[in-house]
Design a protein around this ligand. Structure first.
Ligand code: 13P
Length: 258
């Protein structure tokens, strides 16, 4: 991470976990464990249904509450969906866009991810845009090309000024929920590649201001090593963000270089 130019962000992705009651219990437990004087931004992204409950329960803790997805249309006949202004109206800042599980199970494409990114930015949200390769794609040696395609399409029509509000999360699909983490070097190589791409598409100033997160079995044990890499500016954490003690240790690990 590089605190001179960009924010360090420790983001949890709760996926389809925790009821409202479990959310309140989590908040009560983490409240007493949160480290003091942390400069990193900390956010827990969760099912939209539990956002208000979590905001109340986490009040005063420095943990923000974010969303896991949103629709690209402002409103309309889209049963079950959530619009950007429903999130901003609650005071939500961060929204995950294009998680590999959404791409895999809910037909999200590079095109719809791009529409969502632009809708999020228009609404004043900070999109955490997820990109990443499958094991087969890594083994075929097309990781860099695939990631370039995913990043470029997600950011199509996004200005340099808007880019300052974009967060990118590199999540190799083979490392998600598998306990297999990319090595710090593998993760750094890809994150550095993403920044180089941003430099070419925009400019050096815009590229160095973007926080690039790593996601994929980040945990209390491996976080410090990953976060020490120059182009890894935080984490998007699934399983370990569900356990207050583990999540706090990852937040602690982001303290290095303070
Ligand atoms: P895990 O940390 O459980 O591997 O999940 C990563 C992830 O998908 C975060 O968005």
């Amino acid at each position: 991470m590089n605190r001179h130019y960009r924010k360090t962000i420790i983001a949890g992705n709760w996926k389809m976990h925790k009821t409202a009651s479990e959310t309140v219990a989590f908040a009560a437990e983490i409240r007493g464990k949160m480290p003091e004087n942390i400069r990193s931004e900390v956010v827990l992204c969760m099912p939209a249904l539990n956002i208000t409950t979590a905001q109340k329960a986490l009040k005063g803790t420095r943990i923000a509450v974010g969303a896991e997805t949103m629709h690209y249309e402002e409103k309309g006949a889209f049963t079950g969906e959530v619009a950007a202004n429903m999130l901003t109206d609650l005071g939500v800042k961060y929204v995950i866009i294009g998680h590999s599980e959404r791409r895999q199970y809910y037909n999200e494409t590079d095109q719809s991810v791009n529409r969502k990114v632009r809708a999020a930015l228009n609404a004043g949200l900070v999109p955490i845009v997820c990109v990443g390769e499958s094991l087969a794609q890594r083994e075929m040696g097309v990781t860099a090309e695939l990631l370039a395609y995913q990043v470029m399409s997600a950011l199509s029509g996004v200005s340099a000024r808007e880019l300052r509000r974009v967060v990118i999360a590199y999540e190799p699909i083979w490392a998600i929920g598998t306990g297999k983490t990319a090595t710090a070097e593998q993760a750094q190589e890809v994150c550095e590649g993403i920044r180089t791409l941003l430099r070419k598409k925009y400019d050096a100033r815009a590229a160095r201001a973007v926080s690039i997160l790593y996601g994929g079995s980040m945990n209390a044990r491996n976080a410090a090593e990953l976060l020490a890499m120059p182009d890894i500016d935080g984490g998007l954490i699934g399983g370990a963000s569900l356990v207050p003690g583990d999540f706090v240790q990852i937040i602690e690990a982001s303290r290095q270089e303070d």
